[in-house]
Design a protein around this ligand. Sequence first.
Ligand code: NAD
Length: 488
Amino acid sequence: MDASTTPTPAWAGKIYTNGWQVAHGGTQDVREAATGAVLASAGLADREDVDAALQRAREAGAAWAATPFDQRAAVIRRAAALLETRSAEFIHWNVRECGSIEPKAQWETHATVEQLWMAAALPMQADGLQFPSALPGRSNSWRRVPVGTVAVIAPWNFPLLLGMRSVAPALALGNAVVLKPDVQSAVTGGLLVAQLFADAGLPPGVLQVLPGGAETGDALVRHALTDMVSFTGSTAVGRGIGEACGRALKKVILELGGNNAMIVLPDADLDGAASCAAWGAFLHQGQICMQAGRHLVHRSVANAYAEKLAARAQALVVGDPARGPVHLGPLINDRQTAKVHGIVQASIAAGATLVTGGTHDGRFYRPTVLTGVTPQMPAFGEEIFGPVAPITVFDTDEEAVALANGSDYGLAAAIHSADLGRATALAARLKTGMVHINDQPVNNEFQVPFGGMGASSSGGRFGGPANLETFTTTQWVSTLAKPVPYPF
Ligand code: NAD
């Protein structure tokens, strides 16, 4: 599909509130990550747009919450089927707007379809429990109810998937949603999603989509009519949102940054580990919260591991994913490119050895392997969000655990060993929300609750049965046939 020859879409230059509307905040360019070329325009929501959307959501949400569960489920199923039909359009925009390689965009779209089917089953789950009462004749019903209006704030790296992991279950469970995609993924992560649900028959006002930046997000978070915030993004921004929600006493779930350890024990299958490492470190140019960002390798196998990983890195093709098959596309913007390069350079200056990579052509960064990385170097301490694999050696399991836990982040980890008992015992000592044995840390299966510890999460979980807890609150309703007499 060529964006330049397709007719102007309904969403061009708009936000989705009461249908497609011109935003008070004006418009913003939608740019191609690989070239910087302007592909289209999207609306840019400001505080006034946020306020109007939240007023509308309050009214529409009440009716949606009262809609029979089978009708809510049917809308979500139709959205799933439509996304399957429209997958080429979503993939096209994901590649151009976000710099995704096509297989990543395909996987993201397919996984989002699966998320929608899963969400469609939520409304028909048991929605409460009955408790006994000490008072004769009283029934105690404890039931799940929608939270109200959920603000979903999503990042650009997997914009469709990470927005939908909140949007779909929140809607299915009777909430209204205001989705704010990142400005760099306004189409893939927002405007196409709005059209999808509109065409699936979701009543007006139940889902509104407000592309915008920090100011738009902040207005959503702080508005009194926002009942809950579901945020995926950086720890720095998440911390501020957590503080604001804490002060306002509103429900919040924060899924944040990571600096994930991949531990390679001396008895590991090194070829298998190197293959996992290349995928975990370089997929989507390393712009994944679960990226294998710290490779902790036993001294006895560290050289062999570095050689095997470097050989894989050197074989990868980097280029514009819209113009031919490549393994790695561009980094999302120039700022991010400069950050990645700065961390690599500073780590080399501090004594790390560059085995391969470390160069870039504009936003196209070569997959990079560094050895001799110590905890004092930025390549160890910072979330790089680029295709960089820093290798640090250890001598004992004790030391491996201390190194892995030597980060404020606690999202995911991986352990490679032929001894599953040893790996499982090690996993129990890691302060991360997810651990994958003989695999790499970039894993997401939506039937399994997902989330981190420490500075990677507020402790909530997305996915599977956790969605029931995350996107509802509860109410105790006790019933007596007639009033009881009290002493006064
Ligand atoms: P970011 O925090 O800068 O932006 C994320 C979203 O928050 C965007 O929509 C942005 O517009 C919005 N935002 C920015 N400032 C805001 C504010 N003050 N108030 C409200 N909203 C605001 O994140 P990013 O750098 O674009 O994304 C990458 C980060 O996201 C990395 O740290 C990565 O690890 C993390 N991430 C985490 C997960 C996870 O599931 N844990 C998944 C993907 C990405």
